[in-house]
Ligand binder design. Structure first.
Ligand code: AMP
Ligand code: TRP
Length: 328
């Protein structure tokens, strides 16, 4: 069975962008692959985190994975920091990564722009991400569009290691959905929908109450036209909403357009809100049940145990290839 790896940072509320770009595909892939879905807390601390908030968010993201349909008996769900081989391999691969490569990363440029002081962890973040993926000889990495560049770097690092030390790493492939890989802000379709946007109206959080979801969608920016038509270049806002509709309902973009032919934005947005609520309401119900049961800690422990065994074995092999003396 081939291997899947992906991670989400516990650094704020998850949005419907995370759901469509990532989690929905995690659920889809879990029947056909050996999957690792990780809460990447070591990545989250590359920007300052409040310790209590980090702990709460870690548990929240893990619970959302399960509430969204990830089955912990099939997939390993765990905290990145619970499997120390991630950090160890991260260091080894940092030594195989050049400054120039890291300087070219657009996420680094965005996150460091205008800051007086930038942590070194933010800079070497992509080497740690490469380690996450390569540690399990991953075949497929389901992510949104914004992670494509990081994944390409992981592929380059894997190739470089293989060239220098012997063919060990599988070169991972991205798994990026065609529609929905980049869900945009509700208030500005030129920006990615993001949990770090200070304007809460710009995103739909997975745990937003139904009435908040309805309000946010009804207030979403649209152009002055009236046609519900998918045309990202000329109608980016409406196209974004059609993309969300299509991804959440399972209808194709053409089917959504057809359904609203001759209708105005009002009824379309009203239905979109109900489509989103019909998926998120049961997810939220499940979320509350899992949080109350306290079972998430067990799920995380078992996930880390299973993944940790593979990680320990693989890291030993990698260290051997690189020339480390084994502990006697
Ligand atoms: P992050 O929240 O940055 O840890 O991202 C977790 C996953 O969600 C990654 O695979 C991202 O590519 C994906 N993602 C985040 N925001 C969006 C978005 N607005 N549209 C689609 N995918 C997204
Ligand atoms: N960098 C990813 C993000 O911000 C999170 C991440 C860390 C990840 N390690 C990963 C994604 C490994 C896929 C595979 O979204």
């Amino acid at each position: 069975m081939k291997t899947v790896f992906s991670g989400i940072q516990p650094s704020g509320k998850l949005t419907i962008g995370n759901y469509i770009g990532a989690i929905k595909n995690f659920v889809k892939l879990q029947d056909d692959y050996k999957c690792n879905f990780v809460i990447v807390d070591l990545h989250a601390i590359t920007v300052p985190q409040d310790p209590e908030a980090l702990r709460e968010q870690s548990e929240a993201v893990a619970t959302l994975y399960i509430a969204a349909g990830i089955d912990p008996s099939k997939s390993n769900v765990y905290m990145q920091s619970h499997v120390p081989q991630h950090a160890e391999l991260g260091w080894l691969l940092t030594t195989l990564t050049s400054m120039g490569e890291l300087e070219r990363m657009t996420q680094f440029k965005d996150k460091s722009a205008g800051k007086d002081s930038v942590g070194a962890g933010l800079f070497v973040y992509p080497s740690l991400m490469a380690a996450d993926i390569l540690l399990f000889n991953t075949d497929l990495v389901p992510v949104g569009e914004d992670q494509k560049q990081h994944l390409e770097l992981a592929r380059d690092i894997a190739g470089r290691f293989n060239h220098r030390f012997g063919n060990y790493f599988t070169i991972p492939e991205p798994y990026i959905p065609e529609v929905g890989a980049r869900i945009m802000s509700l208030d500005d379709a030129s920006k990615k929908m993001s949990k770090s946007n200070p304007n809460e109206g710009s995103y739909i959080a997975l745990l937003d109450p139904p009435d908040v979801i309805r309000k946010k969608i009804s207030r979403a920016t649209t152009d002055s036209g009236r046609e519900v038509k998918y045309d990202p270049a000329n109608k980016p806002e409406v196209s974004n909403l059609i993309g969300i509709y299509s991804q959440i309902s399972g209808l194709s973009v053409a089917e959504v357009e057809q359904r609203y032919e001759g209708q105005m934005y009002g009824p379309f947005k009203k239905d979109l809100a109900e489509v989103v609520v019909s998926v998120l309401e049961p997810l939220q119900q499940k979320y509350r049940e899992i949080r109350e049961s306290g079972e998430i800690r067990n799920i995380l422990r078992e996930g880390a145990e299973r993944a940790g065994e593979i990680a320990a074995k693989n890291l030993k092999e990698i260290q051997h290839l690189m020339g480390f003396l084994p502990r006697g």
